[in-house]
Write a protein that binds this ligand. Structure first.
Ligand SMILES: Cc1cc2nc3c(=O)[nH]c(=O)nc-3n(C[C@H](O)[C@H](O)[C@H](O)COP(=O)(O)OP(=O)(O)OC[C@H]3O[C@@H](n4cnc5c(N)ncnc54)[C@H](O)[C@@H]3O)c2cc1C
Length: 403
């Protein structure tokens, strides 16, 4: 096994990252958070014309490729698989530095493709599968979505009913997946399927890499209340796949899915961070400090934002010490999505009717998209109730909920 190169100090690494970022991107303008200048978007989901969305995805991919080719795409990836093998804190540090630069915005499918699927393939894939997909996904040459949820299986993922039946040296997949983020822009989907209905439900699952252009696959976008169609329904009608598309041994689908889900729980705790300076600008603009009601609400909101930031520092400290984040990791995801709701509530309180009636004023009606997007993140990647169950049972050691 190849050994990771000795990493530089975090400070030296950050300085290197900044040097590279400065050579390829402009620093994010400070006035992004000032009133009336730049974009006032605080949207959590995109609501764009198809052509504009395609353009944005292509710009995101070009950025990812440049980053990968310069060696910043696989900072914590194992050395034997082409990475630098540095501790996870280094990847996080790079992401933090990147946020200070004006780089293309990337929707949730980028995170799924780069951060959730490759670690799953790394753990469960054959050498041929790792070579086929991981570089392509880390570099976003091809995109991959998560075909997990179904109309009758979300929180209870082990209850999926999409069937995969062996037919000679092939598999035939039939069923329906739903809420599949980024399916419209993906070439692949990682699908959890039932291969054995006669055993306990967790034991009868197997996962497959499904090419979304295969005959029998239909992707039908779902319109969200925030306007766009970030996710889709995906129908699988007698989709035939060779055995080389099976990821992990037959019956190991639950373990494969858990690998993806645990990567998801630590991947996206900075959701809504871009809206924080815009909320501060809004609060100042309306003079929230001189109204007892608004001042109290704004200070309460700010306290929760700071608590989340401090908790994230604890996550970073665990990573820096080479440890898996403990309770702070589980709390981070829940707190992050709760703060999206707190931000929506403060926006509604400050703006009143201007939240629902577009009077053409910069930085006001734009908050509707944040307010209509936040509820999605109370559910995506495991609902808040499920996150609470995890904290109760695995962190606090409380008795398991009755089945
Ligand atoms: C924006 C968004 C993006 C998504 N992207 C994807 C994706 O890319 N791929 C994918 O496969 N899925 C995706 N999903 C689906 C998501 O994973 C599921 O919606 C989620 O797991 C909840 O499942 P469900 O919708 O079936 O609700 P259910 O599981 O039916 O839950 C309904 C309600 O009951 C509560 N509940 C359920 N079980 C318990 C329990 N044991 N204890 C307490 N309360 C409980 C839930 O919290 C919820 O409030 C996405 C969802 C959203 C909103």
């Amino acid at each position: 096994m190849l050994q990771p190169k000795t990493p530089p100090t975090l400070e030296a690494f950050r300085a290197d990252a900044q040097r590279w970022l400065r050579s390829v991107a402009k620093p994010r303008k400070v006035h992004d958070s000032a009133w009336g200048e730049g974009s006032d978007s605080v949207a959590l989901f995109d609501n764009l014309d198809h052509d504009v969305e395609v353009e944005m995805i292509e710009a995101g991919k070009a950025w990812e490729r440049a980053r990968f080719d310069a060696g910043w795409g696989t900072i914590s990836w194992p050395v034997e698989d082409g990475g630098l093998g540095y501790p996870a804190i280094y990847s996080r540090a790079f992401d933090e530095e990147e946020r200070n630069f004006d780089v293309p915005r990337r929707s949730e499918i980028f995170e799924v493709t780069r951060k959730l699927i490759p670690p799953t393939i790394l753990k469960w894939g054959t050498e041929a599968q790792k070579a086929r997909w991981n570089r392509a996904f880390l570099r976003t040459d091809e995109m991959c979505c998560q075909l997990f949820s179904e109309p009758g299986a979300g929180s209870d993922l082990a209850g999926v009913t999409t069937k995969a039946i062996r037919d000679g040296d092939q598999w035939v997949l039939t069923g329906q997946k739903v809420w599949t983020s980024g399916a419209r822009f993906s070439q692949w989907g990682l699908a959890v399927c039932r291969t054995d209905p006669t055993v306990a439900k967790h034991a009868g699952l197997t996962t497959f890499m499904v090419p979304l252009d295969a005959p029998g696959v239909t992707v039908r976008p779902i319109r969200q209340m925030s306007g766009g169609s970030s996710f889709s329904e995906v129908f699988l009608d007698d989709v035939r796949l060779g055995d080389e598309y099976r990821l992990g041994p037959e019956g190991s689908g639950w373990g494969v899915a858990l690998t993806t889900l645990s990567a998801e729980r630590i991947a996206s705790n900075d959701l809504g961070a871009d809206a924080v300076p815009k909320m501060l600008a809004l609060a100042k603009r309306v003079g929230a400090g001189s109204s007892p009601l608004l001042r109290h609400a704004a200070v309460s909101w700010w306290s929760h934002i700071r608590i989340h930031e401090l908790n994230e520092h604890r996550v970073a400290a665990s990573l820096e010490a080479g440890e898996e984040p403990g309770p702070e990791g589980s709390i981070g995801r829940l707190y992050c999505t709760q703060n999206l709701t707190r931000t929506s509530e403060l926006a509604a309180l400050i703006l009143g009717p201007r939240l629902v009636a577009d009077v053409g004023e910069w930085g006001t009606y734009a908050w509707t998209e944040q307010v209509l997007g936040a509820p999605g993140y109370r559910i995506a990647g495991g609902s808040q109730e499920i996150q609470r169950n995890i904290i109760a049972e695995r962190v606090l050691g409380l008795p398991k909920e009755p089945k």
